[in-house]
Design a protein around this ligand. Structure first.
Ligand SMILES: NC(=O)c1ccc[n+]([C@@H]2O[C@H](COP(=O)([O-])OP(=O)(O)OC[C@H]3O[C@@H](n4cnc5c(N)ncnc54)[C@H](OP(=O)(O)O)[C@@H]3O)[C@@H](O)[C@H]2O)c1
Length: 317
């Protein structure tokens, strides 16, 4: 029943931070954007060939999707791909909460279809996975994936979809130098063996690994990411110094190397993009190569940082 295979890009673009824009502001990232600023990011991304945009209805409760939809209006629908999510905890009380949330996402994004639709987390895999089937059959959803699922939950979801002639086509989990639980739990190798694209989120640990933040210049006060990361910034110094040293040899910067690492591990990073200049970093990241020694040095230093960056919404894998 699957008509075409999902072709993952080398890097996808994340827009969770875009949901902070608007009257409620701040929230997770402390970001506030004008539409013109975001259009500049999108123009630069599209010129560089980065065209898969990841969002979720719950990012700013519709704000991220709505802003993204407005920004992408300037392109033909066939020139970009949309990835958004059904979040079980935000399900409504109607007869088909997944269809209802999808309708809301389609309206927010101003589109007829979603290229890649995710179940955001594994709350009740048996209940929710089957609801993907009619959405796939209707054509409103082209491909489906699961996020924050552990290995047995991925297999269970795949079994449910398999009964209807579909399958889990992508997996999206937190995966960074500092947080490698999907590798340790065998999810990466499971995906590799079955040619399932693995999308890694929070590769830059919400900015904590981009080298711009330190105890002297912490993440924006009052935001969730400040609360999660400011206290561990001193422990990340040896790792970011090494990222800088590796980057210097190839004319690249700290975040570029962290992103190149995630690509070298066979994953598609979803990078939360907040400035036009960050697109240059993605171009560098996708054109650099890391030696096995670079990779093992980085992983050793990341382990030695001895931090646990698991998000509050994530389970142990
Ligand atoms: N499925 C899930 O449960 C889940 C959970 C989390 C995230 N996600 C997805 O993954 C995406 C990425 O995660 P995230 O945004 O939370 O974290 P992230 O990608 O690790 O970090 C994003 C932050 O890093 C900085 N940054 C981004 N690109 C940079 C570059 N090239 N150079 C320097 N700094 C850079 C920006 O901070 P400044 O603005 O401070 O510079 C940005 O806000 C999200 O937007 C979302 O689409 C999914």
């Amino acid at each position: 029943m699957i008509t075409d295979t999902l072709k993952p890009p080398r890097v996808a673009l994340g827009t969770w931070a875009w949901g902070d824009s608007g009257e409620t502001g701040n929230g997770y990232f402390g970001s506030n954007f004008t539409q013109a600023e975001l259009e500049e990011i999108a123009d630069k991304a599209h010129t560089a060939g980065f065209t898969l945009w990841d969002t979720a209805m719950v990012y700013g409760m519709g704000r991220s999707e709505t802003i993204l939809g407005k920004v992408l209006k300037r392109y033909a629908r066939s020139d970009y791909q949309l990835s958004t999510k059904f979040t079980p905890q935000a399900a409504g009380a109607g007869g088909n909460p997944m269809e209802d949330m999808l309708k809301q996402s389609l309206a927010n994004l101003g589109t007829e279809y979603i290229d890649l639709y995710w179940i955001h987390n594994p709350a009740n895999v048996d209940r929710w996975t089957q609801h993907l089937v009619p959405l796939l059959k209707s054509g409103k959803v082209k491909h489906v994936g699961v996020s924050n699922h552990n290995l047995s939950e991925i297999e269970r979801a795949d079994g449910i979809l398999g009964e209807a002639g579909f399958r889990v086509e992508a997996v999206q989990n937190h995966y960074s130098l500092l947080y490698r639980s999907s590798d340790d739990a065998g999810i990466l190798s499971y995906c590799r063996n079955r040619s399932i694209p693995f999308f890694s989120y929070m590769v830059l640990e919400q900015g904590a690994l981009n080298g711009r933040y330190s105890p002297e210049t912490p993440l924006p006060e009052g935001t969730n990411r400040a609360q999660a990361y400011n206290s561990i910034l001193p422990q990340l110094k040896a790792l970011t110094d090494k990222l800088a040293a590796i980057g210097q040899k190839q004319g690249a910067e700290i975040p570029d190397v962290a992103i190149a690492w995630a690509i070298a591990k066979g994953t598609t990073p979803i990078i939360g993009i907040t400035r036009p200049s960050y697109i240059d970093g993605l171009v560098r990241a996708t054109s650099m190569s890391l030696s096995n020694e670079d990779i093992s040095d980085l992983e050793a230093l990341a382990g030695a940082a001895n931090v646990n960056t698991r998000g509050w919404w994530e389970q142990e894998m």
